[in-house]
Design a binder for this molecule. Structure first.
Ligand code: MTE
Ligand code: MO
Length: 315
């Protein structure tokens, strides 16, 4: 048995875990189905305004036993082409990015279009912690404790119509603050899409924080998507617009290089990128490489979404 010295049990620790316990009871009826269906379901905090900072990361590994990537690495090795194509430069260049006030427009083929201030989302949706792997198409990966809420909760609020088949996401367009958008190489603003059933899957979250802190600009503050079974580029940052549409959206990467980046972008180690293998990856902070898992290890939760599809053709 592990003995904990009384000096290690800080008042804050007790306070937080009690509150979490009480929340657990209150939220049980609503979330027990999800808890049963999904082993990666994290603890949730419900408050007047439920903040990512209410959730203190206590886990040290994900559900596969993989160690969390350090906060240092998660916040200093980033892909965010609006700031720089150099992963080491993004944090510094994004430092003064203005993330408040911030509004998110949710519309298109819905019965109840909404424009939310970022704070409205924190009031409306209970923040949860999800420890997810992020696997970049460049064959490196991280394990990150995210805070946020299921995208499905937001979509249910706006009531997609029967015509809605896809969800399209858009990043802020502001070439002064996001100098990369002055480059004609890409069709800005950054856009991404999911099929509606993918978007409704419980694993897909809108993230507001990581490591129990509000998101930093380099990670997509104030609101970014996290879709853990797909390559990292699907997880679009600094979202201002979410639109329900009938036709499959064209993402920035599909427009830039359609032979390299498809709409589905599921992590599939059996399908190489035209210029490199996807069979293995480098976990940031580790030596050597590790094999890449189908659907990034989330096969059990998402494989049924693609049961009738050829995932070599639909990459
Ligand atoms: N708007 C926007 N979102 C983006 C990107 C980007 O360049 N612009 N890069 C994507 C890629 S390629 C990856 S791997 C992840 C990286 O997220 P992280 O920096 O938080 O680890 O963000 C994705 N979201
Ligand atoms: Mo990526």
């Amino acid at each position: 048995m592990i003995k904990i010295r009384s000096s290690e049990i800080t008042p804050e620790h007790i306070y937080l875990s009690r509150r979490r316990f009480m929340v657990g009871i209150g939220a049980l009826a609503a979330s027990s189905a999800l808890l049963a269906a999904c082993g990666t379901q994290g603890a949730a905090v419900k408050e007047e305004e439920s903040k990512p900072t209410d959730l203190k990361t206590t886990a040290t590994t994900d559900e596969l036993g993989d160690k969390l990537t350090s906060f240092e690495a998660v916040t200093n090795y980033n892909n965010y082409y609006e700031f720089s194509t150099s992963k080491e430069m993004v944090a510094k260049l994004a430092k003064d990015f203005k993330t408040s006030p911030w509004t998110i427009e949710v519309g298109g083929l819905v019965n109840k279009p909404q424009t939310y201030g970022f704070e409205d989302l924190l009031k409306k949706f209970t923040q949860q912690e999800r420890i997810y792997r992020l696997r970049c198409v460049e064959a490196w990966s991280m394990v990150i404790p995210w805070q946020g809420f299921p995208l499905a909760e937001l979509l249910k609020e706006v009531e997609p119509t029967s015509k809605a088949k896809y969800v399209r996401f858009e990043t802020l367009f502001d070439p002064e603050q996001l100098p990369g958008q002055q480059s004609a190489w890409y069709t800005w603003p950054y856009a991404e899409g999911l099929r509606l059933d993918e978007a409704m899957n419980d694993l897909a979250i809108l993230s507001t924080g990581l490591y129990g802190k509000e998101l930093l600009p380099q990670n997509g503050a104030p609101l970014r998507l996290v879709v853990p079974w797909k390559y990292g580029f699907k997880s679009i940052k600094s979202i201002v617009k979410i639109e329900l549409v009938e036709e499959q959206p064209t993402s920035l990467w599909m427009a830039a290089a359609p032979n390299e980046y498809g709409f589905y972008a599921n992590v599939n180690p059996a399908v190489d990128h035209p210029r490199w293998s996807q069979a293995s990856e480098r976990r940031i902070g580790e030596f050597g490489r590790r094999p890449t898992l189908p659907f990034n290890g989330y096969e059990e939760e998402v494989a049924q979404l693609y049961k009738d599809m050829d995932l070599r053709a639909n990459y």
